[in-house]
Write a protein that binds this ligand. Structure first.
Ligand SMILES: [Zn+2]
Length: 255
């Protein structure tokens, strides 16, 4: 079902408010949302308050104005063309050819029934910068020629998107695992152990089915100062720091 046009006036009120980024383009009969960086606007299709349609855009009906001089020039160019053969001899093949470009209806008259004549139309777009030349082909290859301002193509920069673009996640700081660290790990009974001067050698999961991923690996392989490896549970790692770093953390007495 076709929605009704907005009647609540919210768009017009927003457009009048200079602090609001909504504006009305009278030429196109459109409401726009200006982009903050000045790179263009988004076209508003619906009123955000009542859900009604924004006013009908004049975008498609805008066409370029033919000056008298240009109309005269095209008139001169085409004045002797009477048949399809004349036109093609003068301009070559048309840019577009519609088999039924024009229908001519002759109303019922003095007992003769109404007749409908479907005429092909050939269009030349390259004869003028501002106008297209339409050649209507009547029976017996007679032609009628008309000029029509080319449509103005208004570049729309961006459609209104309801969903804001997601911010790309900040890259995580990389930890240099080629260096050695003192790695503090939690042990049962609230004990903490430290692996001094150890190196994070790798990570892995235990007894996963072939091809499966745990999401993140369950264990971290530490190369201890003596060169031997130990796998520690990833979750047991409390902190790590450069070898010999003094921990300046204070222990708070329970209250
Ligand atoms: Zn509305």
């Amino acid at each position: 079902m076709e929605k009704d046009e907005c009647k609540c006036g919210s768009l017009a009120r927003m457009a009048e408010d200079p602090k609001n980024s909504v504006e009305f383009d009278a030429r196109l009969n459109e409401y726009h949302i200006r982009r903050a960086d000045g790179s263009g606007y988004s076209l508003i299709y619906f009123c955000p308050f009542c859900g009604g349609n924004a006013p009908k855009s004049e975008r498609a009906s805008l066409s370029q104005r033919l000056t008298d001089a240009e109309r005269q020039r095209l008139g001169e160019l085409t004045k002797d063309l009477r048949t399809v053969q004349d036109v093609i001899a003068a301009f070559g093949e048309p840019d577009t050819r519609r088999p039924i470009g024009m229908t001519v209806v002759t109303p019922e008259k003095e007992g003769a029934p109404e007749t409908t004549l479907a005429c092909p139309v050939m269009t030349y777009t390259r004869l003028s910068d501002v106008a297209d030349v339409h050649v209507t082909v009547y029976p017996a290859d007679k032609v009628g020629i008309s000029f029509q301002g080319k449509p103005i193509l208004v570049q729309q920069r961006q459609e209104l998107r309801i969903r804001p673009a997601a911010k790309p996640p900040e890259p995580e700081p990389q930890i240099d695992t080629s260096r050695r660290y003192d790695v503090y790990c939690a042990e049962p009974y609230q004990k903490t152990v430290v692996y001094r001067n150890a190196r994070f050698k790798g990570a892995g999961s235990l007894l996963l089915p072939a091809g499966a991923h745990a999401g993140f690996s369950q264990f971290v392989e530490l190369e201890q100062a003596n060169g031997q490896s130990v796998f520690i549970s990833r979750g047991s790692i409390l902190r790590f720091c450069g070898p010999g770093t003094e921990l300046a953390a204070e222990v708070l007495a329970p209250k």
